[in-house]
Design a protein around this ligand. Structure first.
Ligand code: SF4
Length: 197
């Protein structure tokens, strides 16, 4: 019985202490002290722990929303929309708002993974090895498939053996270089991208 009384007393005290209405009736300022509670006293600003903030662009789609990346000790702790951007004005869609999860996910693959022809397993490879391998395969394919002129003597200087598919995160400059390298340099005709504006 005593325990019940004590519990009820504690709850009543907490009710009077935490609920704004009785405190406002007792004269506390509705916008100040009376708005505080035991819980609100412990709340801290979400980004209080960040020691740096940098800018970035959402990696997901061609809209290219601007982001602010908050970090603590060199590790990102929060990502939100940059209010200075005329594109997204501080907002992010649910996908962009989940960028931090993608960035820190333990499932994220950060190494070059290679599966040899006919193999059933992936191997980790150094980036330099992959770059050399891609360059070798591109040149090999181009040499085998390059056509200087059509059967009736029309000059074409192209290859139909290589195609390029761009991604949403490629910007103007990157697409320009892809077009120069693959189109003008190697004679690739099939070049696609998802333009970012
Ligand atoms: S936040 Fe959404 S709309 Fe903006 S770039 Fe990212 S995925 Fe696209």
């Amino acid at each position: 019985m005593k325990t019940l009384k004590r519990t009820l007393k504690r709850r009543a005290e907490r009710f009077v202490k935490d609920w704004a209405l009785p405190r406002q009736l007792a004269g506390e300022d509705a916008g100040g002290k009376a708005a505080r509670s035991t819980l609100s006293e412990t709340l801290r600003p979400r980004l209080e722990e960040a020691d740096t903030v940098g800018t970035s662009i959402c990696p997901f789609c061609a809209v290219g929303c601007a982001q602010l990346v908050y970090a603590k000790n060199g590790r990102p702790i929060a990502i939100e929309g940059d209010p200075r951007s005329p594109i997204n004005a501080g907002t992010l869609c649910p996908k962009g708002a989940g960028t931090l999860g993608m960035l820190l996910s333990p499932l994220r693959v950060n190494d070059v993974m290679y599966r040899a022809p006919h193999s059933d397993r992936w191997e980790k490879k150094p980036l330099a090895w992959a770059m050399d391998r891609i360059a070798e395969r591109v040149m090999e394919t181009r040499d085998q498939t390059f056509v200087e002129e059509t059967a009736d003597g029309e000059p074409v200087n192209h290859t139909l053996g290589i195609a390029s598919i761009g991604g949403a995160t490629l910007d103007n400059e990157e697409n320009y270089l892809i077009k120069k390298l693959l189109g003008g340099g190697l004679g690739v005709v099939s070049i696609e991208n998802q333009a970012r504006i």
